[in-house]
Structures are given as structure tokens and as C-alpha cells.
Design a protein around this ligand. Structure first.
Ligand SMILES: Cc1cc2nc3c(=O)[nH]c(=O)nc-3n(C[C@H](O)[C@H](O)[C@H](O)COP(=O)(O)O)c2cc1C
Length: 221
């Protein structure tokens, strides 16, 4: 094994100096650890939902992206618990109600959002636990996060599931109903800038990343 190897990984060092990790011969936890180290930076969706009784739930998801512009759609991926194999409350709620809200996570909110990822008993709200405030949405029952400068209301259009063991993911795709933006985020040209937004993202392990250092490249004609 090479000096970069990790117990449990079946890997080969090639003559080009790359390491090949064979996922069929490697525990899924090790592949997961590698993927989240290299698929970076990942934006974080702070997802708010309600259950059938209207009780709110909040949790962050960094398996998150935009998947369509017309119609505008977002997707995030809650996985079954790696320890217990249980489904996340967010997935159960999104499936049951067909609605969710994504709030953008900023530097100011990072620690509170991290505490919202605690696994609390079903029906116990992470809003209170994390010190965040639910606010009424316009199109959906799931609340907005008052402290976030951006909240996006969504209706579920599709849920796809991959696998059924611990760590198995589901892709929840939602069509955007409305975007709520704090006016202060906008520059004179009406654009949201990275300096104003101060969004954070996720790297491997427990690492997070700021997004204020940007560079521009004009698109080729
Ligand atoms: C920044 C951050 C990003 C996370 N991303 C994901 C993710 O993409 N998928 C996932 O299943 N869990 C993710 N988690 C863990 C969930 O937030 C955690 O399991 C949470 O308790 C789920 O809550 P719920 O059962 O109320 O839905 C993340 C945690 C943090 C702190």
C-alpha cells in the first residue's frame, strides 16, 4: 500500500503516480470520505420542512445544487443514517408534504447551522435548538429562516432513491416557487455579490469554506 492509503481501501498505485481506489472492494464509508474530500466546495442548503402535523424541522445538506433553470429546480440529497440506516426527517417530511424551503448559509449562521444538524427526536424542532427563527412562507407551509438573507420556496417534483442500506441517498428535486432576497445583498447593478452574501460551503471532514475570494473569467464567445 502507498503512504496515502487508508485502512480498508483497496487501492493500486499506477505508473503515472495516480492512486486508483476500487469502490467494489472498498467499504462505502471510505469512498464517501474520499468523495466529500474531492467534490468541493459544496454549497449548503439549510432545508426547512414540516411534518403532516405541521411541526417544523431544519437540517443542512451539502449534497445540493441547481438542476434546471426553466423550470427552475433545485435538488438535495438526504442519505440514510450511516449508523442506524434510518431515513432523515427532512426526506420523510418532503415526501409527505411535497414542500420544502432552502435557506442560504452565511458565515454568520455557520455555527448555528452546524448545531441544527444534531439528530433530535422526530417532531422536535431544530429551529429552537439552533437559535433560529421560523418565518411564514408565501407558497408553502415549511417556514423560511428569518436570519438567512436568502430563502427559496420549493414544491417537490421528484424523489429518487439509490440503495436501501446505511448511507443510501435519495435525490429530492423541487421546483422553485419563490426566492426571497434581502435587499442589502444587491449592488448598484442589482446583482448579489459574494462579498455581500458571505455564503459558506462544505469541504471534506469537518472543514467549511468561505466564498469571498473570487476571480472573473469572461466566457468565450
Ligand atoms: C454542513 C452540513 C452538511 C450536511 N450535508 C448532508 C447531506 O448532504 N446529506 C445528508 O444526508 N446529511 C447531511 N448532513 C447531516 C444532516 O444535516 C443530519 O443528518 C441531520 O440530523 C438530518 O436532520 P433531519 O433528520 O432532521 O433531516 C450535513 C450536516 C452538516 C453540518
Amino acid at each position: 500500500m502507498s503512504e496515502n492509503s487508508v485502512a480498508g481501501e483497496s487501492q493500486t498505485t499506477t505508473s503515472q503516480g495516480t492512486i486508483e481506489i476500487d469502490s467494489a472492494a472498498t467499504p462505502w464509508q471510505e469512498i464517501y470520505r474520499r468523495l466529500v474530500e474531492v467534490v468541493v466546495p459544496r454549497p449548503i442548503a439549510l432545508v426547512s420542512t414540516v411534518d403532516e402535523e405541521g411541526r417544523s424541522n431544519l437540517a443542512p445538506f451539502s449534497f445540493f445544487t441547481v438542476v434546471s433553470s426553466n423550470p427552475p429546480c433545485l435538488a438535495f440529497a438526504p442519505q440514510r443514517s450511516g449508523r442506524t440506516g434510518e431515513l432523515k426527517d427532512t426526506l420523510l417530511n418532503a415526501r409527505a408534504t411535497g414542500e420544502f424551503v432552502v435557506a442560504v448559509v452565511t458565515e454568520e449562521l455557520a455555527a448555528r447551522v452546524n448545531s441544527a444538524s444534531a439528530s433530535l427526536p422526530r417532531g422536535t424542532s431544530e429551529f429552537e435548538h439552533a437559535g433560529l427563527t421560523p418565518a411564514r412562507a408565501k407558497h408553502v407551509k415549511a417556514p423560511l429562516v428569518a436570519e438567512s438573507p436568502v430563502n427559496i420556496e420549493c414544491r417537490v417534483v421528484e424523489v429518487r432513491t439509490y440503495g436501501d442500506g446505511p448511507g443510501a441517498g435519495s435525490l429530492v428535486v423541487g421546483e422553485v416557487m419563490a426566492v426571497h432576497l434581502l435587499r442589502e445583498l444587491l449592488d448598484e447593478g442589482g446583482h448579489v455579490t459574494a462579498e455581500h452574501l458571505r455564503a459558506v460551503g462544505r469541504m471534506g471532514g469537518d472543514l467549511w469554506v468561505r466564498t469571498r475570494e473570487t476571480f472573473g473569467l469572461p466566457r468565450p464567445g
